[in-house]
Design a protein around this ligand. Structure first.
Ligand code: HEC
Length: 135
């Protein structure tokens, strides 16, 4: 499993290395831009990998959504084939993690993650659900 993750990581780095624009790099580092729906080329491998760690770690997302984002008895899949209550845009993903959905187990900031961790984990969910990377 670890090995597989490591290989995925390398593939991601390899794939994203092909995506050009360094001119936009300064912009993405500023996590206060979370409301801006990014071109997925703006999401750096480092951000996505940081998001992956949060998903499978502090955020506890995997416990409800599955460690391959496949969903389960508690929570829906986040693989992008269909969404339960959101549109699936980057904005909508950030918003759901930021605010949760009242009356469900989806609480705001699961695992007590910070605002910037919300943004990072959203980059991971977004890129997986848009087929850019493997979970
Ligand atoms: C305790 C279980 C639990 C945890 C932990 C959890 N979620 Fe959820 N999540 C849910 C449930 C349940 C829903 C469905 C709410 C609804 O009915 O729309 C949901 C919905 C979502 C949605 C919207 C899905 C859709 O199709 O409408 C996103 C995105 C999401 N969660 C991301 C995350 C992320 C990222 C984390 C970790 C930071 C996380 N969740 C942690 C239970 C959880």
């Amino acid at each position: 499993m670890m090995m597989r993750r490591a290989i995925h990581g390398l593939l991601v780095v390899g794939m994203l290395a092909l995506l050009p624009p360094p001119r936009l790099a300064a912009q993405v580092v500023d996590t206060t831009l979370k409301r801006t729906a990014p071109d997925s080329a703006l999401l750096t491998p480092a951000m996505i990998e940081a998001g992956r760690k949060i998903f499978h770690g502090q955020g506890n997302c995997y416990a409800c959504h599955g460690d391959r984002l496949q969903g389960g008895p508690i929570a829906p899949a986040l693989t992008g084939k269909s969404w339960r209550h959101i549109s699936g845009t980057f904005d909508a993903i950030v918003d759901r993690i930021d605010n949760g959905l009242a009356g469900t187990l989806m609480v705001p900031h699961p695992g007590g993650i910070s605002e910037s961790q919300v943004f990072l984990v959203a980059t991971y969910v977004y890129t997986v659900s848009h087929g850019t990377i493997k979970p």
